[in-house]
Unconditional design. Sequence first.
Length: 300
Amino acid sequence: MKISRRSLIRTTLAAASGMMISRESRPVEKAMSKPKPDIKIGIAAYSFRKYLPQGDKKGEITLHDLCDMAAGWNLDAIEPTSYYFSSEDLVYVHSLKAKAFRLGLDISGMPIRSNFCLPSGGKLDEQMAHVNKWIDIAAALGAPCIRIFAGSKNDPRKDFGWMADGMKRACDYAGSKGVFLAIENHGYLTGTASDLERILETVDHEWLGVNLDTGNFVEKPYENMAAIAAKAVAVQVKIKLRTYDGKDKEDADFGRIVDILRGANYRGCAALEYEGEEDPMTAVPKHLEALRNAIALRQT
């Protein structure tokens, strides 16, 4: 039986309200004795990819609905992925900005797809235009950073140089709009902390940082997180990580991730990016609560 969008949101908000009541029923003295967490909590739109519109798929909820859901979960921010925008018109972008603002939500970042591993020519020009367009949208939305990818394998002898040159050009434009670009540890050329460091050092731009995805390192995930966390301008938290040897996956230790972020003095947003098999409408609230508890337990 197909569930309507209204029913989905109503069910999800009802569950969120129950969680909030449970927290708010604790003694006031106990709540007041704890300092406010220094790491904010958000939700990545990618977590609800099966419900959001994309391309010709209309979707059962919208990014505006996701704002309502995030507010119901008492979150600090949303991360609206570019793939799920219903429109790229400024009227739509500003309406999403207004929606988030009225609900007290920040826009923690805005992920896009990008491929900088291209030589000069038409394909690279298309990519640069695509990135610049979303930089403009991010500025209009009030998003402080854009998640970018290095790109796909083209010519292994030249890809890194092409990528660095294109990324530097993109950073020049992003900086002119006051928007950071955040390179994610996602596939080609970015599998380890040392790979990311090499990119940062080569591009050498004040408007380039790291989008730290906890689930994407090819091996030694916690060691790689610790090595690059100080360069993070955005963080996406997965519920699964690679094992130490990179041959399998295991449940993420949220507490250990929080310790790494706090050790690096990260005070931004940790956005849950859910990729599990359970329906996100029921799974996401539980994982958000686990992340919230991990942050609260490790307050200094």
